[in-house]
Design a protein around this ligand. Structure first.
Ligand code: SR1
Ligand code: MG
Length: 402
């Protein structure tokens, strides 16, 4: 921390020029802080003479959304820069390119995806993305299957497990996703009219608690693949042609279901928000139909890519035995449903909510959306063996969203 100082929109320009030879001498800079996540500072620096730009992402020694009372490992960007390099290679560029990681300043200098938009904000505007499923399923299958023991030489995989130990960020997930939302107090927060509902339907249900506990210990003990670790729609950049995944600072070796489940949950919450929401009525029907198809296809296309990649990619002799790939894939998708449920609950009553639900303007619609979200989530956790394909999710949505 000796040479660390917190950057601002003035100092970041000199900082960048001292680190990379990217901008010409006569550049005319424009700089803004665009970070809207819970953890870091993110600056966009642009040379208005030629339009070239880049991103500087700096870790703070605390959780940005909470303040200095919640300290956090400042070296997390180092893991993020390493996994971005690896994912860039595994996925043929479905993540931004990292130009430099500076361990003194805990800063990453990286490609600016200036012609993309954070998917969550696009979905809130009811935009649709025709290539999303094809590309995000590629991202998941390539990063997850190819870093697992069924494909990798086992000692090399264990080296990766060691190199991606990420205890502080894992602890955030263990607490915020798998513990606090199933209890009262701690860092949970919710609207007043949800307090009794949360207690009755979530906290006081012993069956739900037991199933959530099973999922928690699967998260902690199942070093299955190198995860992104926070694959929600705020970690995905999209436009009409392309999809790029950002922000893998929660990366570690964990259960594949954690990445797929986080994504599916956030798609479902976007659907629920549009289904009950009063915003953009003219786009509602088309958007909801697209979103249903997207939820279904995300599950089905990802699953079928796991199965079809399997025969080419898998090296372990026992993993090639008849029936094993179907067993393995089923297990991933059963727990995907459970993880989706945990993510949906924590985004409604836990520390970190989602704008899709919180920004709904109409009080009644928002209450309906959030309570429906909690009930669906509970069903996904308790009866997760029923939700192993896309149609299962559509049946669930049809039953609850009325
Ligand atoms: C204290 S961090 C809260 C949440 O923000 C990140 O994006 C993760 O989802 C984490 O759980
Ligand atoms: Mg993030």
């Amino acid at each position: 921390m000796k040479n660390y100082y917190e950057l601002d929109t003035e100092s970041v320009m000199d900082y960048v020029n001292s680190k990379v030879d990217f901008f010409p001498k006569d550049s005319k800079f424009e700089c803004s802080e665009i970070g809207d996540g819970n953890l870091n500072l993110v600056f966009r620096i642009k040379d208005t003479n030629n339009g070239k730009s880049l991103i500087v992402k700096q870790s703070l020694p605390y959780v940005r959304a909470a303040g200095e009372d919640w300290p956090l490992d400042i070296g997390r960007g180092e893991i993020e820069s390493r996994i971005l390099d690896l994912e860039y290679k595994l996925t043929d560029g479905l993540v931004p390119r990292v130009y430099l990681y500076d361990g003194d300043m805990c800063c990453m200098i990286m490609e600016d995806l200036y012609d993309y938009k954070i998917m969550r904000y696009g979905l809130i505007e009811r935009e649709t993305y025709p290539n999303f499923v094809e590309q995000i399923s590629d991202f998941m299958v390539k990063t997850l299957l190819l870093t697992s023991d069924v494909v990798m030489e086992h000692k090399e995989k264990k080296d990766l497990v060691k190199n991606f130990i990420n205890p502080e960020l894992c602890e955030i997930t263990e607490d915020l996703v798998y513990t606090e939302p199933f209890n009262t107090g701690a860092r949970n927060h919710m609207e007043e009219n949800l307090v009794d509902f949360h207690r009755k339907h979530i906290v006081d249900d012993p069956v739900l608690a037991m199933e959530a506990a099973r999922l928690k210990f699967d998260f902690m003990n199942n070093a299955q693949a190198l995860l992104h670790g926070d694959l929600h729609t705020g970690s995905i950049f999209v436009n009409q042609d392309h999809t790029r995944v950002i922000d893998p600072e929660f990366a570690f070796y964990g259960p594949i279901a954690y990445d797929i489940g986080a994504l599916v949950a956030n798609l479902i919450m976007s659907y629920i928000s549009a289904f009950y929401g009063t915003e953009h009525p003219e786009r509602k029907e088309d958007f909801c139909n697209w979103m249903l198809k997207t939820i279904k296809d995300t599950v089905d296309v990802t699953k079928s890519k796991f199965l079809s990649e399997w025969d080419d990619a898998v090296t372990d002799l026992m993993a090639k035995k008849a029936g094993f790939k179907e067993y393995w894939t089923r297990d991933v998708f059963v727990n995907t449903a459970g993880v989706s449920g945990c993510e949906m609950i924590r985004r409604t009553v836990g520390f970190a909510h989602v704008k899709d639900l919180d920004a709904m303007e109409n009080d009644e619609a928002r209450y309906k959306a959030k309570t429906t979200n909690l009930l669906m989530a509970k069903e996904l956790i308790i009866n997760r063996t029923d939700y192993i394909d896309g149609q299962g999710y559509l049946d669930l949505i049809a039953k609850y969203c009325q």
